[in-house]
Design a protein around this ligand. Sequence first.
Ligand SMILES: [Zn+2]
Length: 222
Amino acid sequence: MIIFENTDYKIQSFISGMLSNNSYLITSKTSKKNIIIDIPYIPRDLFSKIPRDPLNKSNNVKNTIGIITHGHFDHIEGIDFIKDRYGEIEIYMGFEDSKYLDYSGKITKLRSQEKIIHEDIQLEIVYTPGHSQGSICLYFDVKEKKYLFSGDTLFPGGPGKTTSYLNFKKIYESISNKIYKLPDETIILPGHGSGISIEESKKEFHSFEFKGHIFGDITWKK
Ligand SMILES: [Zn+2]
């Protein structure tokens, strides 16, 4: 599905895998560079849309990078599929989650780096621990629109799943202190399901009162 398109950039989304994971593809029409965000199981539709050089895989590897929002299996299962058919692209992911990835290609582990700049595609990294320790979100400002690729950190209706009270506190802080500081018109594009604007998400959040010792599958209505 085409989410956004102007004369410079195109953003597309694809669904694959048992858990209906989203993956996203940002392409630059000027530089021909591409960024893939999350690579779920057998991403055939995604693969068919990545611009490629059929004669020279090394050009593919130069033009395309992958960024993984977090290390849960459903977001990384398709990496070997892309490696075998397209090339061993460089993968970026949060340092603490990189242990989940078994990959022969280059992995850039993100700890404090603020941006990923792939020629004319520039994404800001928002470190959002909670759903997993190394979860990151990616902010893309295309002037007329702003997007946040949120992985499993924030969905319409509430935060991603957490496994302890401490992790719930972390995700709550990641959302309220970092994500909600972004412009209200930003569209959140999550790892599963459809998106929501930050403005709408804040409205849902305001009905939520922080209670101690909760974690797991939380909605802002509980
Ligand atoms: Zn997850």
